[in-house]
Design a protein around this ligand. Structure first.
Ligand SMILES: [Fe+2]
Ligand SMILES: [Fe+2]
Length: 474
């Protein structure tokens, strides 16, 4: 008999919930099987300097120590309950927040939880080979931290499925371990989570762009009238912040290193920059274009009756719902949405309720723009005349009003032929990928050493020095 309280740190009284324990008895070995198969490659004996959450108190979710990843204690944490919390939007606004699943929303809510849950193991699968080409021990430790926390996020969603959705929930929990990123027959649910993450530039872009989609989805679900979901997502957000930090600083350090080398050697031409073994800014812009556009698709159709239903029923709110000053019902409100008409992009107002995907996407874009501005400052500080830009929202989109249209990064609607002529000036081509991967042919793990193509970080993890032994290989 497993002692769950010891093995799975939690604040949901796991030790006293027999139904939940029985469900987990079946699921936990399957999860471990998945981790051994699909978790970070060749890592099972490494001891990694990891942060483990053991409670939701500020000092409880930042416990650092060496851990073998298969022995990581994937805990189940909900933000403490606020007895006075209400449903804050939609037709049930003002009612007490739900502690059990409302019968009429059962299948919708299950779908929302499964869709979120599916992204968590997907990203672990996407990143599983990257340890073999890490640029430093510091970065290796960081990717492992992201991986175990995505594993914990899967646990967080599986907890909800097991606890509140009975047999259907248990079946969904099994399917979450059965789908595989990029698999032709049984892929992950959402497109961006089936794209490969072939190198470390892609990894940092992914954690900056796609983990941030995770943040915005979690923020919307953290407003849910279904209180256990809201409380689960609130705690997940504390970890998501670290993933975005890894992405933003990772790309920033690559840019910094490129700029240093460009200045030292007085070169600007991309082929001269590449000859010096760093990633040219043009290629960084192409990766940015790719990851930004595939992540924008994750928000779904610009006009969506599903999104309207989720909101009206109180299941999924807006970003910072309770801080917004309006009626939280959106009966009369309108919101601007773009579409392509006769070869031109036009914007029109539609009922705000139907445009909630678009609104969340716009909130996301605002935050992305700030981060890209911080990368730009690194280039500006080096005195290099290069501008990183966010492409137009309609660029390279496969979902929503822009799907099926060819839109340039500047927002010009192109013919298919014109798009084809320029596509690989805007998106990474096979040569770009091959070049980036040629820099990452092996791992750099000497203490305190960093690959030539990336600058060291400003500081180490948990106040440790940069030459700290973040991973023991045994
Ligand atoms: Fe996550
Ligand atoms: Fe994440």
């Amino acid at each position: 008999m497993i002692n769950y309280t010891e093995k799975i740190p939690n604040n949901v009284d796991l030790g006293r919930d027999r139904v939940l324990q029985r469900a987990l008895e079946h699921w936990q070995p399957a999860y471990m099987g998945w981790w051994y198969d699909m978790g970070p490659n060749e890592s099972h004996n490494y001891e990694v300097y990891l942060r483990t959450a053991i409670s939701v108190e500020p000092d409880g979710w930042a416990q650092f120590d060496y851990v073998k990843m298969p022995e990581y204690r994937w805990g189940i944490f909900l933000q403490p309950r606020d007895e006075k919390r209400e449903v804050n939007f939609g037709i049930h606004k003002g009612q007490p927040a739900w502690q059990e699943v409302p019968g009429e929303y059962r299948s919708t809510l299950r779908r929302v939880i499964v869709t979120q849950g599916d992204t968590e193991p997907a990203s672990v699968e996407q990143q599983r080979m990257l340890g073999a080409s890490c640029p430093s021990m510091y970065d290796l430790r960081n990717i492992f931290q992201v991986n175990v926390e995505e594993g914990r996020h899967l646990w967080a969603m599986v907890y909800l499925l097991h606890r509140y959705f009975g047999r259907d929930g248990r079946e969904e929990a099994e399917s979450l371990l059965a789908r595989r990123s990029g698999d032709a027959d049984n892929p992950r649910i959402l497109g961006a989570f089936n794209e490969p993450t072939p190198d470390w530039l892609a990894f940092y872009m992914f954690t900056f762009f796609t983990d941030r989609d995770g943040k915005f989805q979690l923020c919307a679900l953290a407003e849910s009238g279904f209180d256990p979901l809201a409380r689960t997502c609130r705690f997940m957000l504390t970890e998501e912040a670290h993933h975005m930090f890894v992405g933003e600083t990772g790309v920033g350090r690559i840019i910094q290193r490129t700029c240093e080398v460009m200045k030292e050697n007085k070169v600007e031409d991309p082929s001269d920059v590449r000859a010096l073994g760093v990633i040219d800014l043009q290629t960084i812009q192409k990766y940015l274009n790719f990851h930004y556009s595939v992540t924008l698709d994750l928000y779904g159709s610009d006009i969506s009756s599903n999104a309207a239903n989720y909101y009206t029923s109180g299941l999924k709110g807006r970003f910072r719902e309770t801080k917004l000053e309006d009626d939280h019902v959106l009966a009369e409100a309108v919101y601007p949405v773009s579409e392509v008409v006769g070869g031109k992009i036009i914007t029109k107002n539609v009922p705000a309720l139907t445009a909630l995907n678009e609104r969340l996407r716009d909130d996301y874009i605002d935050e992305i723009a700030d981060g890209v501005g911080r990368w730009q400052r690194v280039i500006d500080n080096a005195g290099i005349p290069f501008r990183l830009t966010l492409p137009h929202k309609g660029f390279h989109r496969a979902i929503g009003n822009f799907a099926g249209h060819s839109v340039s990064p500047e927002g010009e609607v192109l013919s298919e032929q014109a798009w084809k002529n320029h596509e690989f000036e805007w998106l990474p081509n096979s040569k770009d990928y091959a070049y980036v991967q040629s820099l990452m042919s092996g791992r750099v793990v000497e203490l305190g050493k960093f690959a030539n193509w990336i600058a060291p970080p400003a500081r180490g993890v948990n106040n440790q020095p940069l030459n700290f032994e973040y991973v023991r290989f045994n």
